[in-house]
Ligand binder design. Sequence first.
Ligand code: OGA
Ligand code: NI
Length: 174
Amino acid sequence: MEEYQKEMKGLALKLIGLMLGSLGLNYEDVKWLKPKNRSRPRALLQLNSYPVCPDPTRAMGLAPHTDSSLLTLLNQSSISGLQILVDGIWWVPVHPIPGALVVNVGDLMHILSNGQFKSAVHRAVVNEVHHRISMAYFYGPPMDVKISPLIAHNHPLYQPVTWKEYLEYKATHF
Ligand code: OGA
Ligand code: NI
């Protein structure tokens, strides 16, 4: 578990660096991401288990949601179940590809990029014959650091918010 999280952290940082680069930014523009501060970001590994269900149409696996992280790196087992909401109406399956991870843009990346990177609504459905497992690595900033749009110019779409505050708002209003 520790080794896995170490690998995921490196990958998350690499991907965030590339995403910042595409916005014309780099690690130096984000105080808590500067190499000397990198021990501070928060991350957690969530282990999901979806038992076999005789009637999947009447059960909820994981309800529709967006991840509250900056980025999520999801490792699915070989059983399909993840779906993404496209155009607000279509649930499209994200089938597992052996050896591949799914990268979800989280709400905090959505805020940081002023909506350039959009957090995606997704859910997990259960399977009639197979038990399914997945591992989600959520990567985010230190809990008490204000996250605000970095490329807003004069038009920020979101107010500064800490991860902690954001989770509280989401728990109340989502
Ligand atoms: C999650 C999630 C999907 C899955 O843990 O946030 O979206 O396929 N999991 O288990
Ligand atoms: Ni999720």
